[in-house]
Each structure stands twice: as C-alpha cells, then as structure tokens.
Design a protein around this ligand. Structure first.
Ligand code: BEZ
Ligand code: FE2
Length: 403
C-alpha cells in the first residue's frame, strides 16, 4: 500500500484540501493523512512538495505517433496544401520515425502528465512501442481506403492489425480499438464492417469527421479542393459517401469524432442525440487553418487532444490546454480552464470506457502531480494556475507505479 498526500486533490466538482489517497494499483481510500496512516501503518508515504495538486493522470485521446519525425516537412496554414505535403513526405517521415523516436514522444507525454493516450495507427508500426510505453494505450487500428477495388485487401490487413492488438491486451496496458480514417477516404462497405467489429467486441471507436471546408464541399457537392486530389491520386471524381450516410453508419455505437470544426448545428445536434463525443484538437485546427470548434455551444462531451506531430509542435497536454485558452478567447477564462481539465480526465475516461480519470475508490491509480509555484490565493483559480504554469508535472503514477 502507498499513501500520497497533496495540498489539493482535483475532483470534477472542485479541489479539496488536506486529503490523502491510499492506493495499490487501484485507489483504496481517500481521507485525511492521519486517518489513512493509522489504518495502513505499513504503507509507504509519498509527500508532495508544498502547493501540489493531485490530479488523475491526463488522457490524450488522439495522437499519431508515426508522424513524430515531422518538424518542418509538412505545410501548415491550410488543409489541402497540408494534405498534399503529407502525401509527398509520408514515406520519408514514417520511414525516419523509429521506435526510439516514438518512445521519446511517449516519455514527453508522460512528463506532461499523460498516463493514457489514444494512438491512431495506420500500419501497426507503433504496436511494439505502445506495448513498452509506461502509459495505458488505447490502440486505434485505422481503416483507410475509398477505392472499392482494393477495399477487401485493405480490410483484411486492417483486421490482421486489430487481431495483433487484441493479442497484447492481456500482457500489456493496451486496449484494442478501431479508427475510421475519414468519410472521404473509407468506402462505406468496409466502414460498416469495421463498425460492426467495434460493436461486437465492444472496442472504442473513433473517426476524423468534418475537419476542413474542403472535406465538406467534397462530401456535399463533389466539388472543391479535394476534387483535384481525388482526380490526381485516385482517378475518380465522385465521393464514396456523403455527410448523412457517414454519420448514420455510427448510429448504434457511440463514437469519438475528431475535429468536427466544419459540422453545422444540425449535425452536432445529431451526434449529441446519438451519444457520440468529440476530440477537439485546438492547435492542429489552428495550424491547418480549418476553423474553430465552438466548444461553448456543444451539447455533447468533448476531449482536448494533441493530434500528431504531423499537425502540432508538441504532444504536451498542457501546451494543448494553453492553446485552447487562447483560441477560445470569448469563454470566461476560469470556466474554460475548469472544463478543459475535466475534458482530459473524467470525460475522456468515460468516452474511452476506461476505469480511470477520477480520484475515487476503485479507480485505477493513475496520477499526475502538478506543483504550483506558490500558494493559490483563491481556490477557485487553481484550475487556471495549473493550466497556465505547468510545463512538466512533478510526479506521475500509472497503475500505482511511480515513473
Ligand atoms: C483513400 O484511400 O481514399 C485516401 C487515402 C488517403 C488520403 C485520402 C484518401
Ligand atoms: Fe488525427
């Protein structure tokens, strides 16, 4: 048994002072240090520095590790030139991204307090790193392929990857999961088969959806910047699906949709009604010039996520939350900081079906300790000070182990 004490403990309803947590690989009890020490006299006591806040470990629901080599190769500013640059540099970038580089990024995430991440994997290359990473990993095997001619072959390869990730479930912190690349890049027949697999095995499911104006125009009218792209690379001039058909394919299974910046109110309401959620990637959206997700009006739960280094400059969850503070400049700042912290803890855990994200008896003992630079003068500002001042967390635990 271990007991950790911090000046404040984060809960989704606010911060509580002068409490300690007794834990093994799961949380056993929350109470005062005196009571817990008496009850567990042999426990190892972990005292944190003054002005520390104990958070549940943070959850980054959406990251592409395979693009970790990108620094200045991909073109930022606008979606279509970026996608063209991905096609141009993809092989080099993925080829130069080895396990050591991906592990370095897992460690960088850990230092920012991320104890669980959702890894979107196109080829399965990340599986070995994700098995060895200190974190829990929701391993999203991605399905891609709009061309009906190759669909069966691509689906077969996808299912092999799903099975490989299922086989590591027992020996590691991996949760197998399914990702649909996007409405424009996945044929509806294999899309439905993949959704059925997620449903049958109760696997977390995610999909990029309505990230750009170009995607919207292509799906709605078969026009716009994606038209030239499909003509050039796929010799086709018609989209394989439309917005409604794509959304309806997920009707019976809650899905984590990434971006949705170009979704209109009717579509957002539909997603909310069907029990879906959104992964919001503020820096990725800004760097690719696709617009701002109006999180102030959302009626469905959302997470804040980094996306990959293909559209970002770091995988730090605190860098991401600070970007969200600046991007959503009309939302009252204290309220926004509070909702961002909830989005990367309890909401993210509920969305991915994980037994963490809250400091409560029975939850997994995943923690991140944030140490404020001085005592907070007003308790209602702790969320904001934590978001603004944290570059790295001072301690991190996964499954009760200190890393
Ligand atoms: C496709 O297979 O249709 C596709 C792949 C990558 C980007 C866009 C489309
Ligand atoms: Fe993404």
């Amino acid at each position: 048994m271990k007991i950790i004490y911090a000046d404040f403990i984060y809960t989704p309803k606010g911060f509580i002072a002068n409490q300690a947590v007794a834990f093994t690989d799961t949380i056993q009890e929350v109470g005062t240090l005196e009571v817990l020490e008496t009850k567990y006299p042999d426990a190892n006591i972990i005292k944190t520095e003054p002005n520390s806040v104990l958070f549940p470990g943070f959850i980054n629901t959406h990251v592409h590790l395979e693009f970790s080599a990108n620094k200045t190769s991909l073109k930022y500013g606008s979606f279509m030139p970026w996608l063209d640059s991905v096609i141009e540099h993809r092989e080099d970038l993925v080829g130069s991204c080895d396990n050591a580089m991906m592990m370095g990024e897992c460690e960088a995430m850990l230092r920012s307090g991320i104890t669980t991440f959702g890894a979107i994997s196109s080829f399965g290359n990340e599986l070995e790193v994700c098995e060895k990473a200190p974190q829990r990993v929701v391993f999203f095997n991605e399905l891609i392929g709009s061309n009906a001619q190759y669909a069966d072959m691509l689906y077969g390869d996808f299912m092999e990857r799903v099975k490989a990730s299922m086989s590591c479930e027992k020996s590691s912190y991996i949760t197998p999961a399914i990702a649909i690349h996007s409405p424009y890049s996945v044929h509806p027949i294999i899309l439905q088969k993949a959704v059925n697999v997620a449903k049958e095995h109760k696997l977390p499911l995610c999909a990029h959806f309505l990230e750009s104006q170009a995607e919207r125009e292509w799906l709605e009218h078969g026009e716009g910047e994606l038209k030239g792209f499909f003509k050039k690379y796929f010799n086709t001039e018609t989209p394989v699906t439309n917005i409604q058909e794509f959304m309806y394919a997920f009707d019976t299974y809650p899905t984590h949709f990434t971006h949705c910046v170009q979704a209109n109110q009717v579509e957002l309401d539909y997603l909310a009604q069907k029990g879906h959620s959104i992964a919001h990637c503020p820096r990725s959206n800004r760097y690719l010039g696709v617009g701002r997700l109006p999180i102030e009006n959302l009626k469905l739960p959302f997470t804040v996520a980094t996306d990959g280094l293909s559209s970002n400059d770091s995988l730090s969850i605190f860098d991401e939350m600070r970007a969200a503070i600046l991007l959503h400049n009309d939302i009252p700042i204290q309220e926004l900081a509070t909702s961002l912290l909830k989005s990367v803890t309890s909401d993210a855990a509920d969305i991915l079906g994980l037994n963490n994200g809250r400091i409560e008896i029975g939850k997994l003992a995943d923690f991140a300790v944030v140490t404020l630079r001085e005592a907070p003068k007003r308790e209602e500002e702790i969320a904001l000070w934590a978001v603004l001042h944290t570059k790295e967390v001072s301690k991190v635990f996964v499954g009760g182990e200190h890393f």
